[in-house]
Design a protein around this ligand. Structure first.
Ligand SMILES: Nc1ncnc2c1ncn2[C@@H]1O[C@H](COP(=O)(O)OP(=O)(O)O)[C@@H](O)[C@H]1O
Ligand SMILES: [Mg+2]
Length: 502
């Protein structure tokens, strides 16, 4: 039954793709082997009016929009694979919209009461009509008993079943593709489908979104580049999220940029600095920073909402990112190249000098022109294209970061058309370099790395792999000795490092 249902839904999805000529698009005719070319021509007999307008990426976006939440998430994630599909296709796909007609307010109120286990009246003085509705949830305007204005996000009723069914269909589709479409195997369809499904399911628990908002609010409060409205925890449950109202106007609203007293330059700077400091300083960033999720208040205050997608990057990637931005800001291509080799991103058998030459090819055209004309995200894109030539495998979180940077830069340019992202970024990157590359920080990092390496070694000795030799009685004593040795090496290393850098 389940399998049959999934099969039916996959067939339905294929039909939508055929109607939009998004399955075997005509633009790729020259790539198909003869039998597939014949199939593509036959299928095109069924194409509808939607097939005539737009590029293939736009047609695919349109098809996926109509298929529900998992398909929409699939489109969003596919759009991060410009390396596989080409840049234009990925960009067209990334403009996919997630908007649906709202469900009735009475239903939302019932969902809130059930989730929170209390009446609407016991928490809200007013609970208004929906302001916006997407495939997973919709948002209502409301007021708390103490008078604070809030936004209440409520999951769509029955959305879990919908997602479970769609997930089953996507998994089936991925298995069929893996079996029958060999060229798609490089994209690892089943693993990709799993990522899509997992990302959608995580968004089905609004407590996680509330926690993400809270975390970003905490880190953003440190330097004030961006504000995040406080969460009202009393009004948070798996299917409900209550957050204080954001100050100002949504940037998607034309009125936002004509407010009196607005400092556009400062506002664009704040946006870039907020994003970079989230990623570099804190390793956690809002990964959905489009105009609909940003509020602007004069003179230059930005407030973010919607924490459904949070990106995270670990310390090595943060360091990598800071060093390449610093390197490009200072035209130090050798330095950027060495960073790639040190981080192990580029295998040691390649030449640092040749790699630095490739980096110069990315950097020089940038700095020969007014910087404001060259997006930082494009530099990263080109950098990632070049690094692919050097067998570098990009970590997915860096791809998400680069995508978000593209969005953020677009928004900054619309706030202030000649905005120079490189100048805006400089203080955040400089601050990072001063802090993290100070002698003290180097020692701390060296000690951390040594300790981790030794801890791993100790773990290996304590839990030897099945085939390892019997350590027997000496095991505990052995590990104590090892800990002593570890301590000695860390202390000695720190001392040497202090001598060397200090
Ligand atoms: N705290 C808030 N203050 C004011 N408006 C909000 C707030 N949170 C959400 N909204 C409005 O509701 C819309 C939808 O909420 P959002 O969290 O972005 O949901 P979605 O995931 O559906 O995009 C937002 O684009 C914004 O206009
Ligand atoms: Mg939103």
């Amino acid at each position: 039954m389940g399998a049959l249902g999934a099969f039916g839904r996959v067939t339905g999805a294929v039909w939508v793709l055929v109607r939009n000529d998004a399955l075997l698009p005509r633009e790729l005719d020259h790539l198909y082997p003869p039998s597939m070319g014949a199939l593509a021509k036959a299928l095109r007999l069924f194409a509808g009016s939607g097939a005539r307008s737009g590029r293939p990426g736009e047609r695919l976006a349109r098809s996926l929009e109509s298929m529900g939440p998992v398909a929409i998430k699939l489109g969003q994630l596919l759009s991060t694979r410009g390396d596989f599909f080409g840049r234009e296709f990925a960009e067209d796909l990334s403009r996919l919209k997630d908007r649906l007609p709202p469900f009735p307010t009475a239903v939302a109120r019932a969902e809130v009461e059930r989730t929170l286990g209390r009446t609407i009246e016991s928490l809200y003085a007013e609970f208004g009509e929906p302001m916006a509705a997407a495939s997973l949830a919709q948002a209502h305007e409301a007021k708390l008993l103490d008078g604070r204005k809030v936004a209440v996000k409520v999951l769509r009723p029955g959305i879990e079943i919908r997602v479970r069914n769609d997930a089953e269909s996507l998994d089936l589709a991925a298995r069929l593709i893996e079996r029958w479409v060999p060229p798609a195997r490089r994209l690892e369809p089943r693993a990709f489908a799993e990522t899509v499904i997992r990302a959608t399911i995580l968004e089905l628990d609004l407590r996680l979104e509330a926690a993400g908002a809270d975390e970003l609010r905490e880190v953003m409060a440190l330097d004030g580049y961006m504000a995040v409205p406080p969460i009202v925890w009393e009004g948070v449950g798996k299917r409900v999220l209550t957050m204080e109202w954001a100050r100002g106007w949504p940037l998607s609203d034309p009125g936002a940029l004509t407010q009196p007293g607005l400092d556009r330059q400062a506002m664009a700077d704040n946006l870039i600095r907020a994003f970079l400091s989230q990623a570099l300083d804190h390793g956690v960033f809002h990964a959905d920073l489009h105009e609909g999720n940003l509020f602007a208040a004069a003179p230059a205050q930005l407030t973010a909402v919607d924490f459904g997608i949070i990106g995270r990057i670990g310390p090595p990637e943060r360091r990598y990112l800071a060093e390449i931005l610093w390197g490009f800001l200072n035209k130090d291509y050798e330095g950027v190249a060495r960073t790639h080799f040190d981080a192990g991103y580029v295998p040691a058998h390649h030449s640092v000098a040749a790699f630095a030459q490739a980096l110069r090819a990315v950097g020089e055209p940038v700095f020969g022109r007014p910087a404001s004309e060259v997006p930082m995200s494009r530099v990263l894109t080109q950098l990632f294209e070049i690094t692919a030539l050097y067998d570098m495998h990009l970590r997915p979180e860096l791809v998400l970061l680069q995508k978000t940077m593209m969005t953020v830069e677009g928004v900054a340019r619309r706030i202030q058309p000649d905005h120079d992202i490189w100048r805006a970024a400089d203080p955040v990157v400089r601050r990072w370099m001063t802090r993290e590359l100070s002698p003290l920080a180097r020692i701390r990092r060296f000690a951390d790395e040594a300790a981790t390496a030794l801890k791993n070694l100790a773990r290996l000795i304590e839990n030897p792999p099945a085939a390892a030799v019997e350590v027997g009685e000496t095991r505990r004593g052995g590990s104590a000795l090892l800990w002593f040795a570890a301590g000695a090496v860390v202390a000695g290393g720190a001392f040497l490092a202090a001598m060397y850098w200090g």
